[in-house]
Design a protein around this ligand. Sequence first.
Ligand code: ZN
Ligand code: ZN
Length: 354
Amino acid sequence: MTATATVRVMTPEEIASRAAGETPYFRWPQRQTLFAERAMRLRQLARGHAMGDFLAFMADLALAQHQALQDFPTTVPLPDAAALDRASQRGEPPLSTLDWPRDPAWQAALRQICSGLRPTAPAPVQAVLDGLLAAGGDHLEHQADRLLTGLMRGLDLASAPLIAAALQVYWTHLVLEVQRQHIGGGQPFGRPDDDASGVCPCCGSRPVASITRSEGESLGQRYLHCGLCNTEWHRVRIQCAHCGSGKSIAFQSLDTAELAADLDEDEAAARSARAAQAAIQAETCDDCGHYLKIMHTDRDPSVDPVADDLASITLDLLVAETGLQRHGLNLMLLFGEPDDGTDPGGTPPDPGGA
Ligand SMILES: [Zn+2]
Ligand SMILES: [Zn+2]
């Protein structure tokens, strides 16, 4: 097949606005540092944490993801120029989890991750790793389908984080490789027509959290971080990531959430001031009843959307008490009952049971 269509190139206005130091719409993951830095952050967060063992295992998993991403075969099929162009014109993600034909290379990445973790994993985890190493391709594809479509029914929750880890490596590789092959050929990924759509423009997944970044002349810009492919896309601040409304946004942090009625005025004021400066907050929307965490790199430069989301589950529990639903999707810790067939964004689990 000859690809005659051309990938969307930036307009002169877009080039000019870039040159003027305006906020880039996309921020791409870095192959050499993404998972290695996440592993470091997880190890740091694990120290003295109530979920320390879980976070330490997640650190090992992130390091295994790092290695798998470095070794990922560059021969896997990518969308061609015509497909990228078509997706861009329609405002659809070209690597949609719903219809992108997955290459079995992701299964090889899963086996590499499991083999790498096996020697140091605790006994119960070893059994899960052995199960995955022995599993057939059909079973793995079936589990991947459930994970990516948000179907909890029939999903094996013990192996889900490992399958998710391999799928993250695969999708991150796809995004990076599409980028690499189009260097100098314009932006291969289109910006969605509906800027308020709450899903990733590259793969259609939900964000795990949002993160503020200051670079060059753009200060404190907010990006949504994809829970699957690790792409970040710009979203103005004080706007709900679920419904796009900016009318009823509020922020909660562990300090505000713990505000007790019987605190004296000084202590309440002190907590409220700390809450406004918290590195991790929940951005809540009363219009649609959803929330998404926001992490501030100017308050803590080492925050990582996936790692810090896992370590701040207490905030989810407190926000859930007010009846709000999570918009963020963290594939490493699915929320919801295994057999209720609901979306895994629902109610957070009890960390004591994790
Ligand atoms: Zn994505
Ligand atoms: Zn909303």
